[in-house]
Design a protein around this ligand. Structure first.
Ligand SMILES: [Zn+2]
Ligand SMILES: [Zn+2]
Length: 556
């Protein structure tokens, strides 16, 4: 019997979490499906759960298992949570990558800044364009978001049409770029939409999000009436926001200084593509020191509290060119991503300590989200009338809220998925039909490590209790030859009674050896195990912790 052709979707990341968006659409008959990958993003590590790891990426085993049946990767936009894993993972995939000029430009700039970055096969496609990828007919529908050229993907197939929204909002007056294309969505809705796979980030928030041009007006006012220097921090890729700041600066005769490499990179790409037409050239950080205080605005990286970014260094007083003082104004045109609040708070406190006035979205209207609230979701679903909704791009609460809201506004069916579920969207009942292996890949220094490896767990244990190394040797007769070498890192110098830790450890090792019958001392493995057990046990008693313990018995 011939298997029926269907269209399926498999999220590899981004469902049940914010970040690391990646998914695959499959079209065909069972094992003969052809695949199209949408996005390839990262999420960020943190010092407590993933010490030493900055970037976390999806495990793409499933995509790799299909080899050349993966026709291409299409990027919805150039935010890190959608394209940040590309440079690291593409060498395994090696398929063409479709990107708009802005995303392609940012990718190129990132490549140039990275050692050994691969030369990726990028096909530049304009917003609004339509092209074929294997059996998929892809249309990039322009949507408003917080980065230029964000697109929703419309995938037309013989069994039905699916809209993958990507990140979007309805902003009828964006500062730059095209507003969300209502007309196209209505037309696609007329053709019939089997399913929407959609952004859930703000699904718990009522109403409609405010426009970028309203933020621009508010920022303009805050820059105009500032008494001294002004520093604005925001995501470098939010070119509309950068443009708003530059326009406001120009209007009150201030010059714009860029501080932070990401700012320079993003504005260079934006300028090349005409997004900064009419805006005077930006100045380098050197200019900050010699311009009169009321004639300068600095655009800075570091809105998320990143410790190595410009703003953190300025706040700590160790930026070579930029200092802020009493009477200066710092505007956080941003919101801290969950997990970054502490780092952002620390910077705010340092800035206030230094005398600066700090303005955030808690005190003034200086930021809007780039994601749709409930009324916006209702509008899109009204235009396109999908038969099925699959909520993605959100934590559990967001996905749940999105599902409930979609039901309430009349979307006939909602299918909840998790990373690794294979959900049928068209060509049969919409439901989960399979599951595939998923996971996380950690970028540890320059090396990619599976999250299932012991590496990071061991590092967490190290950070909690340190490590002890013991080395010793026996003569042929089973006598201790020379002394016992004991070293440790991360242990307190003395135990709870004040005995030096080194003494505690050495005595424990000697006692342990004394208790070992001579013939057992011939087996290095047995001796090592016995000493390790004794040392960890003793430390549990005198310290309350069991560090990692390495024992080496030499020359038995
Ligand atoms: Zn996103
Ligand atoms: Zn985004």
């Amino acid at each position: 019997m011939r298997m029926a052709q269907d269209l399926v979707f498999v999220p590899l990341g981004g469902v049940g979490e914010i970040g690391m968006n990646a998914g695959l659409y499959g079209l065909g008959e069972g094992r003969k499906r052809r695949w199209l990958m949408v996005d390839c993003g990262v999420t960020f590590g943190d010092p407590v759960t993933t010490p030493g790891v900055d970037l976390i990426m999806p495990d793409i085993r499933f995509a790799l298992s299909h080899g050349k049946a993966v026709e291409a990767i299409v990027l919805t936009h150039a935010h890190e949570d959608h394209y940040g894993a590309l440079l690291d993972l593409w060498p395994q995939l090696k398929c063409p990558v479709y990107a708009t000029p802005f995303a392609a430009g940012l990718l190129d700039a990132k490549r140039a800044a990275e050692r050994d970055a691969p030369k990726i096969d990028v096909r530049v496609v304009a917003e609004g364009s339509r092209f074929s990828v294997g059996p998929f007919d892809v249309e990039l529908v322009p949507v408003a978001h917080s980065i230029p050229e964000s697109t929703a993907l419309t995938l037309r197939t013989p069994v039905g049409t699916v809209i993958h929204t990507g990140d979007w909002k309805i902003d009828r007056t964006p500062v730059l770029g095209r507003p969300t294309d209502e007309e196209r969505f209505r037309a696609i809705g007329e053709e019939g939409v089997a399913a929407i796979v959609g952004d859930s980030t703000n699904s718990l928030r009522e109403g409609i999000s405010r426009s970028e041009s309203e933020v621009a007006a508010s920022l303009g006012e805050l820059i105009r009436n500032a008494p001294g220097r002004v520093a604005v921090t925001t995501f470098a890729s939010n070119v509309g926001r950068l443009r708003a700041v530059a326009d406001a600066a120009m209007a009150c005769d201030r010059q714009v200084v860029l501080v932070g490499r990401a700012m320079a990179r993003a504005t260079e790409v934006a300028r090349e593509l005409g997004y900064l037409e009419g805006v005077p050239e930006f100045l380098s950080p050197d200019a900050f020191g010699y311009l009169p205080r009321d004639k300068v605005v600095a655009l800075m990286t570091g809105s998320q509290g990143e410790p190595r970014a410009a703003l953190a260094r300025v706040a700590e007083g160790d930026h070579p060119q930029v200092t802020l003082a009493k009477g200066d104004r710092v505007i956080f045109s941003s919101r801290a991503i969950p997990g970054n609040e502490k780092a952002v708070g620390r910077i705010i406190n340092r800035l206030i300590e230094g005398g600066a006035e700090v303005i955030t979205d808690r005190t003034h209207f200086v930021h809007v989200s780039g994601h749709p609230r409930q009324e916006e979701l209702a509008m899109l679903y009204g235009w396109t009338k999908p038969k099925v909704l699959v909520p993605v791009h959100g934590e559990e609460a967001h996905l749940h809220g999105h599902a409930a809201f979609a039901h309430a506004v009349g979307v006939p069916k909602v299918v909840r998925v998790r990373n690794g579920d294979m959900v049928r969207l068209a060509g049969g009942e919409a439901e989960i039909v399979d599951d595939v292996p998923v996971g996380r890949t950690l970028k540890d220094g320059r090396v990619l490590v599976s999250a299932t490896e012991a590496t990071i767990g061991e590092r967490r244990r190290l950070s909690f209790a340190g490590v002890v190394s013991i080395a010793l040797a026996f003569t042929e007769r089973g006598e201790l030859s020379g002394g016992v070498s004991v070293r440790f890192t991360g242990l307190p110098p003395r135990d709870d009674e004040g005995t030096p830790m080194l003494e505690v450890l050495r005595d424990t090792v000697l006692d342990c050896i004394d208790g070992l019958p001579r013939q057992k001392r011939r087996d290095a493995g047995v001796v090592e195990k016995a000493i390790e057990r004794a040392v960890r046990g003793e430390l549990q008693l005198v310290w309350g912790k069991k560090p990692i313990c390495h024992v080496s018995v030499l020359g038995v």
